[in-house]
Design a protein around this ligand. Sequence first.
Ligand SMILES: Nc1ncnc2c1ncn2[C@@H]1O[C@H](COP(=O)(O)OP(=O)(O)O)[C@@H](O)[C@H]1O
Ligand SMILES: [Mg+2]
Length: 382
Amino acid sequence: MSEIALRNVSRQFDPEHYGVKDFNLDIHDKEFVIFVGPSGCGKSTTLRLIAGLEEITDGELWIDGQLCNYLEPKERGMAMVFQNYALYPNMTVYGNLAYALKIRKVPKKEIQERVHQVAKILEIESLLDRRPSALSGGQKQRVAIGSAIIRKPKAFLMDEPLSNLDAKLRAQMRVELLKLHEQLGTTMIYVTHDQTEAMTLGTKIVVMKAGYIQQVGAPAKIYNNPINLFVAGFLGSPSMNFFKCRIKAEADNRVALVMEESGQGKKFYLSDPLTKRMGITANGRQVILGIRPEDIYDEDGARELGIMDQTENMEEIVVNREMTGAETILYFDEQNKTHAVRLKPENKTQTGDKIKLYFDMEKIHIFDPETEKNLLYREEVQ
Ligand SMILES: Nc1ncnc2c1ncn2[C@@H]1O[C@H](COP(=O)(O)OP(=O)(O)O)[C@@H](O)[C@H]1O
Ligand SMILES: [Mg+2]
C-alpha cells in the first residue's frame, strides 16, 4: 500500500525564491505518475521533498495516512533512482544489489534469493560478477533500478532515469519500465522534461511550470483539453500552432476569427456550439487560436471531412517538407513563426509550392492573450 498526498506543499529556498509552491496532489496505490515540465520547474525538488532529501517549508506530506514532513528518508520507505546511476564502483553487481539488504541485516540466504530474483526480472543474471565499470549505460541503469526494487519500497521515485541513454535504448527501457510496473504493482513517480516520455509512460501526468502545477490528468485528456497556452504548447510534437486573431461578428450570427499581422484576410468560422462555449465573443476582441498539426487538412482531406466552408483564404507557401513514411509534415511561416501541418503521405506538395489549408474547427482551442487561459477548456473532462 502506498497512498501519497501532498497538501499545499512548498519549498522556499530564500525569501523570494521557491523551488515549488502550493503543490497539491493525490497519488494512489499502484499509480504511475509523471512529473513533466521544462528544466527548473521544480520536478526534482518535489521528488526530493517526498523522499525526505529536501525540507518542506510549508504544507503537508502524507504517506499512507501518516504525516511525514519530519520523517527521516529511510523511514519513508521510498526508493530513488537517479539519472547518473549511483552505483558503488568497487562492488560487483551482486554487491550493489545486496548492499541495501546487508545494511538492514537481512539473513544471507534471503539476500541471495532476492538478488537472484531481481536479477532475473531485469535480465542481468549473467552480469552479477562484473563491476559497474564493465557495464554499458543501459546495464548500469538496470542495476540501479534493481537495487531500488530489491528493497521492496512503498514507491519508486525516479528522476530522469533514462536521460543518459541513447534514443533507441531509452525507448526500449520505457517499455521495460511499464512491464516492471505491471509486474511489481508498486507506485511509481517518474520525473522527466521530455513530453514524449511523459505521454507514453504515464497514466497520470502532472505538468509543471516555474514551481507550480499547471494541469493533472491522463495524457490524452490533457492533450485534447489543455488548461492554458503553456500546457497546449508543451505537449505534442510538432507542437500546437498558435495564431493571433481578432473576433469578427458577421451577418446571420456567424462569428469569424480573422488572422492578424501577416495573415490578413485569412478567416476561420466558429460553429454555434463553440461560440456559446467561448462565452464572450465581443466583436474586435483579440484571441489566440490554437490548432494541432493533425487538425489541419489539405483540400482532399477537408472535402472528405466536410469542413471546407469553415476556412477562407488560407493559402500558404511550404517552407519545409518532412516525409516520415506514415505521414507528410509541411511547414509554413505566418506571424514570424513557423507552423506545421500533418498530412497523409499522398500529399506531394514540395518546398516552395503553395497549398490551400483547412482547419477542423471542432478541434481548435482559443486562448485569452492576457491570462493565457483556454477559453474552451472543459472542466468536466478532467
Ligand atoms: N538547493 C537549492 N537552493 C536554491 N535553489 C534551488 C536549490 N535546488 C533547486 N533550486 C531551484 O529551484 C528551482 C527548481 O529546481 P529543480 O527542482 O531542480 O527543477 P527541475 O528538476 O524541474 O529541473 C530552480 O529554479 C532551481 O534553480
Ligand atoms: Mg531535475
